[in-house]
Design a protein around this ligand. Structure first.
Ligand code: SAM
Length: 254
């Protein structure tokens, strides 16, 4: 999938709020080494560096465009262009952190045990993933991709439930970690603009569907999706579009 740092940054404030909440929930005084998996444009990495300025931070991401944007922040961090699927660190990290990235990977039953092993004893695994795939923003996208006009080319991209329920993550981590805290938060984003939900999804989940189509058809698909979003998330009289967004948080201590 192609990532566009500018499109992703359009809702930077809203997208960073869960990262702030996750960083604030990590009960570590001074982790020496931190891995930020799926670090993207480095904005969440910047929060890590601000809270633990002495830590050595490695940002890992498979998108060179996002890493280029991260490098422009001028942080004292190392940026690695690599897939999290293949990430096998030489030695464990005091904090393995991942904000809004692991839902892009399948195989959580092997991924999460591997990430737990990448944490030093006394260290932490801290993860945030969206868990609103049944909301209209995502469900309507999947339904549209599976509709007769589009399904031959787009149905294969549909992943209805990339994130399991909280109890599933507890069960995977409880035997491997000393403590496991899991919670969900639903943010009520108050967005401005003509069609903010479409623009939000264009920075993430809509992207692979548009990338899979020639330009004119991508425009037609986007227009159909925009009509669905206008109905599901109507703009209020004050110009605001309310966009509820549920996210799953995990902080597990080894
Ligand atoms: C929604 S962005 C989140 C970026 C950043 N963590 C933040 O909080 O703003 C998701 C990032 O995960 C990266 N990503 C997705 N799948 C990946 C994979 N398999 N390996 C490495 N990075 C991946 C993408 O390139 C993208 O930069």
């Amino acid at each position: 999938m192609s990532w566009d740092p500018d499109q992703y940054a359009r809702f930077g404030g809203e997208r960073l709020r869960p990262a702030r909440d996750l960083v604030a929930a990590v009960p570590l005084a001074s982790p020496a080494r931190i891995a930020d998996l799926g670090c993207g444009d480095g904005r969440a990495t910047q929060l890590l560096a601000a809270r633990w300025p002495a830590a050595r931070i490695v940002g890992v991401d498979s998108s060179q465009a996002m890493l280029d944007a991260a490098a422009r922040l001028g942080l004292d961090a190392t940026w690695q262009c690599a897939g999290i699927d293949a990430w096998r660190p030489d030695r464990p990290f005091d904090l393995v952190f991942s904000n809004a990235a692991l839902h892009w990977l399948s195989g959580h039953e092997t991924l999460f045990p591997r990430l737990a092993e990448a944490v030093t004893p006394g260290g932490a695994l801290a993860v945030q993933m969206p868990r609103n795939f049944a909301a209209p923003s995502h469900a309507a996208l999947f339904d549209l991709a599976e509709s007769p006009r589009w399904r031959s080319r787009l149905a294969g991209l549909v992943r209805r439930e990339p994130v399991a329920d909280p109890v599933w993550y507890y069960d995977v981590l409880a035997s491997r970690m000393r403590s496991v805290e899991i919670w969900e938060t639903e943010y009520l984003h108050a967005l401005s603009g003509e069609r903010p939900v479409v623009d939000w999804l264009k920075g993430t989940w809509l992207r692979p569907f548009l990338d899979a189509l020639p330009r004119e058809e991508a425009d037609a698909f986007e227009a159909e999706y925009a009509d669905l979003m206008a109905a599901a998330y109507p703009r209020r009289a004050d110009g605001v579009t309310l966009f509820p967004f549920r996210r799953l948080f995990i902080v597990a201590m080894r």
